[in-house]
Design a protein around this ligand. Structure first.
Ligand code: PEP
Ligand code: MG
Length: 591
């Protein structure tokens, strides 16, 4: 007799994209579905206008309440997100459209729905990540307004949420996320979602693992309260996991806790190798809320501060004073540790809503970063002015992204000099010291090092873009992500050449791209001569442990020998070297 298997009880293993890393085990809770509108037409427009007005007032009060919430204390970035929401809720254009729809005979809630529908249509015409994210913000706001109008609470059962809730939704706005009690929310799964959305920013800040772009969860016949595991290291989700998988993950979570404790124990120690060589381990950041990681991770400083993030989460171009205050607060939070500010890397896929930019065939190769800055010098000058002001009496470290040619660096430096002269003219205080760096992200630059290096105080390799351009491989395309790496001879030789030239000119060279998670890359880079890294904060601990367990001179000898081989990749040899020398490279979570 044929055995009938109930597929709705079978374990399911799904792939997704990791937007916020981490492990979580918990119970599935569906995010509240959209509000259902029952009445569309109204004969009493003035009553509906009153209702709309009251709901808008309540909505703004709601946001104010969230802004005051204790969960947000000290985390000014999601305050920024909420401020942006508040601005959106006050947007005259939006309110005018809502009023107009009511005056045309719709109920207030139907007016909200209808305005949102026409916005969807308008925005969806653009194939633009940033705009679609802002559209999602607006949907979130509309949904919230509809709830006020229909009297539907966000979730009638918020109080009854399990203490290990893993929230599941097609998509979710940041304010919706913030409505859930942080203490109970252990993870988030979105069928959609995106890396740079406000929801992602908030999830990272709250330390909640977030996986997105999963297959439709309806197809998986997922049910409320079922057990789910998020592996936000490998990008996997286990629904109805078998007991074995549950046991494995409970152990992994315990081990990861134990490791965190171990990393904490060395956080105040320096990155010094067994043969006494000092390795700088800095962290990457771009949001104020990430700065508490400086203390927690034990990073030496911030090797890459991505200034464009402030611009991206703002609804309007940040004024000079706002920029200055922001940079000042970064420096204050860094408490004297070094911060390297990278000037705006906008354009490409980072389009500012308030900036008109041409539609491009190949945005990553297009009008972005220093190219925009030199074509629109007003923007860069304003930013440099804000940076100089913010660093008065302290040290200013600034670097320019996507430099392809010597002349671009010189033009950028010229703008910096103009701003310094302007400060002097107005008798303003200047930074005690200004260091200028160039990023090495475009291979062409290396053949200009002889003239460029005497003009800079440091070079910072942006390995994400450098690898993308060296191998002509889109960094965002997961089909290519395992194809090329730093461990390929062409990349190694390129980087070695860069290190040699910098050493010849006595210019420090750092690396700040996303080499995190791949600890073998760090080992190879150390062996090539890199002494300063900027990493994801979570990797500072594990990499410091590796640094403190190796003999650098020996590693350099090994790497020199590898540069002479004709292997397609040195990965196997490197792993063997690590094993033979008791260097534990494996991230326990990958096991
Ligand atoms: C890089 O390209 O490696 C880099 C650090 O810059 P971003 O990732 O911001 O492009
Ligand atoms: Mg880059």
């Amino acid at each position: 007799m044929q055995k009938i298997v109930d597929e709705t009880l079978m374990p399911v293993n799904l792939k997704g994209t990791v937007f916020a890393p981490g492990l979580a085990i918990g119970h599935i809770i569906f995010h509240e579905p959209r509000v259902e509108i029952l009445k569309f037409k109204s004969k009493n427009s003035s009553k509906e206008l009153q209702r709309l007005k009251k709901a808008l007032t309540d909505l703004r009060k709601d946001i104010d309440k969230m802004l005051r919430s204790s969960d947000l204390s000290g985390a000014s970035d999601y305050k920024d997100v909420l401020e942006a929401y508040k601005m959106l809720s006050l947007d005259e254009g939006w309110v005018r459209k809502l009023n107009k729809a009511v005056l045309q005979g719709l109920t207030a809630e139907a007016a909200v729905e209808s305005v949102q529908a026409s916005m969807n249509e308008k925005f969806n015409k653009f194939d633009d990540i940033y705009l679609s994210e802002r559209l999602y913000d607006l949907k979130d706001l509309s949904n919230r307004l509809e709830r006020h109008l229909t009297g539907t609470a966000l979730s009638s059962s918020l109080k009854e949420l399990p203490k290990d809730t893993i929230l599941l939704a097609r998509n979710l706005g940041p304010t919706e996320l913030l409505n859930y009690p942080k203490s109970k929310l252990k993870g988030l799964i979105l069928e959609e979602g995106s890396r740079s959305s406000h929801t992602t920013i908030v999830a990272r800040a709250l330390n909640i693992p977030l996986m997105g772009r999963t297959k439709s969860l309806n197809e998986m016949s997922v049910k409320q309260n079922e057990i789910v595991i998020i592996d936000g290291e490998k990008g996997e989700i286990f629904i109805r996991p078998t007991e074995d998988i549950q046991n494995i993950y409970s152990i992994k979570m315990k081990m990861s806790q134990a490791l965190k404790i171990e990393y904490k124990s060395i956080k105040d120690k320096k990155g010094i190798t067994l043969d006494g060589k000092r390795i700088e381990l800095n962290m990457n950041a771009g949001l104020i809320m990430e700065l508490n990681q400086l203390e927690e991770s034990g990073a030496d400083g911030i090797g890459l501060f991505r200034t464009e993030l402030q611009f991206l989460i703002s609804e309007t171009l940040p004024r000079m004073d706002e920029q200055k205050d922001f940079y000042r607060s970064v420096l204050d939070a860094a408490k004297g540790k070094k911060v390297i500010f990278r000037t705006l890397d906008i354009g490409g896929d980072k389009i500012l809503p308030y900036m008109t930019a041409p539609k491009e065939e190949n945005p990553a190769l297009g009008w972005r970063a220093i190219r925009v800055a030199l074509d629109r010098p007003g923007l860069l000058r304003l930013q440099l002015r804000a940076l100089i002001h913010a660093s008065e009496n302290s040290e200013l470290n600034v670097m320019f992204p996507m430099i392809a040619e010597f002349d671009e660096l010189m033009q950028a430096k010229e703008l910096l000099s103009k701003e310094i002269s302007r400060m002097k003219k107005f008798n303003k205080l200047l930074p005690k010291k200004i260091s200028v760096g160039s990023m090495l992200e475009i291979p062409s630059l290396i053949w200009q090092f002889d003239i460029l290096l005497p003009e800079v105080d440091f070079i910072s390799v942006g390995s994400n873009d450098l690898m993308q351009f060296l191998f002509a491989a889109d960094r965002g395309n997961s089909a290519l992500s395992d194809r090329y790496s730093i461990l390929k001879p062409s990349a190694l030789k390129f980087l070695k050449q860069a290190v040699n030239k910098c050493n010849e000119y006595r210019v420090p060279i750092h690396i700040c791209g996303d080499i995190s998670g791949k600890f073998s890359y760090v080992l190879a880079l150390l062996g090539l001569g890199f002494r300063s890294f900027s990493l994801t904060p979570a990797d500072i601990g594990p990499i410091k442990k590796i640094v403190r367990s190796l003999h650098l001179e020996d590693l350099e000898k090994f790497m020199n020998s590898q540069l002479k081989t004709d292997l397609l990749t040195i990965e196997d040899n490197l792993l063997l070297y690590a094993e033979q020398n008791n260097i534990i490279l494996e991230n326990i979570l990958d096991a």
